[in-house]
Each structure stands twice: as C-alpha cells, then as structure tokens.
Design a protein around this ligand. Structure first.
Ligand code: NAP
Length: 496
C-alpha cells in the first residue's frame, strides 16, 4: 500500500515528504498542497509546499553531487539504473495504486505505466553504455588547406544539473524518461512532479533511493507549478530543462536562460481516413487512440478527417464501439474514468457547448457527473467550432468530413500544433506522400498516434515542442560534445 512498508519513510502524518540530499524531509514552510482524487473529488493525499530556500539547497547539492557522478564509471552508473528499474517493477502495485487515486488512471493501465517505466530505465542504461562509450576521431587534412597535423578526439560530456518537469498524465513514465538519460549521461537531476501525480512520482523516486544513488544526485521538490515553477525554471543552477506539458512550456521557453531545452507540449493529432481504408481497422484505432485514458494523452486522436463518401459508415462503426466503452471508477478498470480535475471537465464542457451552439451532430447524448464525462463523438464538426482546433484532453472526439485529401492535409497543417498525425489507406504510395505533406513530428500509417515504444524518436513541430525525445535523442540532448585536439609538429605521415 502507498506510504507503507518500504515506502514508510516517504510519509509523515498525512503529508508526503520531499526528497533532498538522499533523505525524505518536511518543508520548513509548514504548508502542504492537496491532491484531489478525480473520482471522489476529495483530498486523497498531501505533499510538501517546498520553499525557495529549499530549492536553492537542492540545486547546490545537485551541483556538488554531479561533479563526482560524472567521474563514476559508465558501467557503474548503468548498474545502478538497472537496480532502480528492478526495484520499480518489484513495487509496481503500490505505485499503480497512487496513479489510480490521484490521476484516475484505470488500474491495469496504471500497472502498465510502472512496468513500462522500469523497462525504459533499463533500456536507457544499456543504450547509454553503447552511445556514451563511443566518440569520433577526425583528422585535419580532410579540410582544404590543412596537412595531417591535428587529431581531433570527440566525446560526450554531461551538461550538469537537469531540471525535469513531467505532466500529470504519465507522472512516472514521463519522469523516468528524463531521469534515466540524465543520470546515465553523468548529470544530476531535480524533479518537479505534477501536483496530480506527485505521490506516484515520490514513490518512484524512492525506488531510486533504495537502489543507492549518491546523496544529492536526485532530488524531488513538490509544490504547485504556478508557485515554484518560475523560481525553478529560472534558477541559475539549472543547466538544462526537460519539460512535458501544455502551453506552460511555451512560457518557460521564453523565460529560461541560455540553456538547452527539451519541450514536449500539446497536440491536436489528426486522423486522415481515405476512401480505400479498412474501416474496421480505423474504427478500432479511433476508439483506442481517441478514448483510452479518457482522451488524456498527448498523442490521442483529437480530430478525425474522413472522406465524405465513407464518413457515414465510419461514424456508425465508431458509434457502435463507443456504446461498448465502460464508464466509471479507475479501480474497476473502466475504459472511461473521470478527467483529472473539475477545471479540466469545465473546459471540455465549454468545447462541447460551443459545438452544440454551432450545429455539430451529437452521436451520443452529452452526459457528465462531476469529473466523469461520458464518451462523445461529434459529427459534422466545422472549422468555425473551437473543438476543431483546441485540445479537449478528454473523451470528446470531433469528426470533420472532407471532400479531398488536400482538404485534410490543409486542416492538419493549419493547426498551431504539430505533434503526430495518422493516415489510413491501403495505398502505401499515397500514404507516404501524405506523410511528407503533414507538418507533424511523426505520422503513423494505418495506426493511431502513439509515443511508444519509448526508444522511438518522439518530437513535435510548431507549438508541440522543441527537440526530440526517445532514449537516444534524450541522452544526446543531455550531453555536450567535448573535443581534444592533438597538435603534431609535422604531418603524421612524414616518417617512413
Ligand atoms: P501543464 O499544466 O502544462 O503542467 C505540466 C507540468 O508543469 C506540471 O508538472 C505542472 O505542475 C508544471 N507547471 C505548471 N506551471 C508551471 C510553471 N509556471 N513553471 C514550471 N512548471 C509549471 O500540463 P498538464 O495539464 O500536466 O498535462 C497536459 C498537457 O501535457 C497537454 O497539453 C498534453 O498534450 C501535454 N502532454 C504532452 C506530451 C508530449 O510528449 N508532447 C505528453 C504528455 C502530455 P503542477 O501540476 O504543480 O501545476
């Protein structure tokens, strides 16, 4: 159970502690932040509201710890990460329990998130050993005007202190996707977990503690992003920010100093359906892509752009599948569970009302109870409706009927987002042309958008992000190239 057994140190009274200098601590603020259970809408957990002074101390320790960690052999860093991965997987049940209670993740998906995270940590350790163990060797006489008098050796060195800020929807997986590459590359890491999801993240951090990482190398400070976020992201001790979330990331990019940024932000992933598509396959992918975890995924299908000639048939098939989705508590592993907060539910409702006023066809009756919103397919959505462009982050999916492929591509590219997109057709040649034309970081052919497998490159264009994730890209992003040049008095080939 959460906060008990091996996790007992994380909790004191009814408030979870923050992690600094290898210890679980209470904040001197004497204040806590409540985490509201999306299902019951009552306080489920409380976490420390850390102070700026505590953040300063954490940054100082992170800086000191990083210096010796960078000198720790690569194989040893990998060994510790493998250990943490095993501990994380061993304790999947209590961590999954937190995910169920604080972000209403369906029970089975919650377990999957923890196991997937352990696998990601191990994979990153292995990948790090390979790619950080190699460098480049260059000779000077390949550049015009030079003799072979210079040997250039390149290697990858850590950046220093990495600040990791994940979002609520994958508070464990999107935290380890930053922690593991940072650590294997010789950096230290400060984690600011999302408030909804903080307790799951604190339990995950405890698994790294149990693995025996050096003091100060990993820290986890809690508090509301709106209160401590700016102080953290503008802190002079931070050498790199890896952020996943919504528009907040755009604001952070404008305020952060001259440091590398990895930003994975929102999306409005389009699903373009051509006349020759396998409509059963499309319907199955729309359900999985649009409604799993109640649509609260960055790569959820967020707009369907279907050719008019097959639209009626597709909508009927999707409607039949929507009717089978179970709605209710995450503990019961329902398909549709409450969205994360009341304000999120209100936002979604605003989009639904706007679509109603402007004449969208409701394939189901709109139904809401607290944060629980029943799955809703909106047909005949037009570009003047907000839902055509905005990210609901809930179980509401718009369908726009198109008369040409060009119209679909135009809608997709007119979005300020460019995370992923997908196209369904049996004509692979056409699919490739469409993929090239879509201004998104990834295009899936004949499948719904997805972030995984976690080692695939993952990136957004436009307002969807800066840089690229995926294990290799994250390790590279959290390092800098260092070169050493050996200067010879004569060209190296003059002897013999
Ligand atoms: P969010 O509101 O942007 O919050 C993300 C993180 O930022 C949270 O940890 C939050 O902490 C923190 N934060 C808030 N204000 C801050 C500030 N001023 N400075 C620094 N940090 C601050 O996003 P969310 O609601 O958690 O997640 C949903 C969004 O994430 C969606 O737009 C979704 O598309 C996007 N997302 C993108 C990806 C991707 O890889 N592209 C993956 C998953 C989700 P608090 O919780 O304490 O406010």
């Amino acid at each position: 159970m959460a906060g008990t057994g091996v996790f007992a140190d994380v909790l004191e009274g009814d408030v979870y502690k923050y992690y600094a200098d290898g210890e679980w601590k209470k904040s001197s603020s004497g204040k806590s932040v409540a985490i509201i259970n999306p299902m019951t809408r009552k306080t489920q957990y409380k976490v420390q509201a850390c102070t700026q002074e505590e953040v300063n101390k954490v940054m100082e320790s992170a800086k000191t710890a990083q210096k010796s960690w960078a000198k720790t052999p690569l194989w040893k860093r990998a060994e510790l990460l493998h250990k943490a991965a095993a501990i994380l997987k061993e304790h999947k049940a209590p961590i999954a329990e937190c995910l169920v209670k604080e972000i209403a993740k369906p029970a089975k998906e919650a377990v999957t998130e923890v196991v997937r995270s352990g696998d990601l940590v191990s994979y990153t350790a292995e990948e790090g050993v390979r790619i950080l163990g190699e460098g480049k060797f260059l000779v000077s006489d390949s550049f015009p005007g030079n003799q072979r008098t210079k040997y250039c050796l390149t290697s990858k060195i850590p950046l220093g202190v990495i600040l990791a800020i994940p979002p609520f929807n994958y508070p464990v997986n999107l935290a380890v996707s930053k922690i593991a590459p940072a650590l294997i590359a010789g950096n230290s890491l400060v984690l600011k977990p999302p408030t909804q999801g903080a307790v799951s993240a604190l339990h995950m951090v405890h698994c790294f503690h149990l693995a025996g990482f050096p003091k100060g190398l990993i820290s986890c400070v809690t508090g509301k992003g709106s209160e401590i976020g700016d102080f953290l992201t503008m802190h002079p001790g931070v050498n790199c920010i890896s952020f996943t979330g919504g528009d907040t990331g755009i604001a952070i990019s404008k305020k952060a100093g001259m440091i590398p940024l990895q930003m994975e932000l929102g999306g409005k992933d389009a699903c373009i359906v051509l006349e020759d598509a396998d409509l059963d396959l499309v319907a199955a992918n729309i359900i999985k892509g649009g409604f799993s975890y109640s649509g609260q995924r960055c790569t959820a299908v967020k707009v369907v752009l279907v050719m008019e000639s097959v639209a009626d048939l597709l909508v009927e098939k999707v409607k039949a599948k929507v009717a089978k989705l179970t709605v209710g508590a995450p503990e019961d592993d329902c398909d549709i569970t409450p969205v994360v907060s009341e304000s999120s539910a209100n936002f979604i409702e605003g989009l639904v009302k706007d679509a109603k006023e402007k004449g969208a066809t409701f394939c189901q009756e709109y139904k809401r109870d607290g944060n629980l919103i029943w799955p809703l397919l909106l047909d005949n959505v037009r570009p003047d409706m907000r839902i055509a462009w905005e990210e609901p982050f809930g179980p509401v999916l718009p369908v726009i009927r198109i008369n040409s492929v060009e119209e679909g591509i135009h809608h997709c590219n007119a979005s300020n987002f460019g995370l992923q997109g997908c196209v369904f057709t049996k004509d692979v040649n056409k699919a490739i042309l469409i993929s090239d034309a879509m201004e998104t970081g990834t295009v899936q052919i004949n499948s719904a958008p997805a972030r995984g497998p976690d080692h695939f490159p993952f990136q957004g264009l436009k307002d969807s992000g800066i840089g690229s994730q995926g294990v290799t890209n994250s390790i590279n992003m959290m390092t800098k190239i260092k070169t050493t040049v050996i200067n010879l008095p004569t060209p190296s080939y003059t002897m013999g």
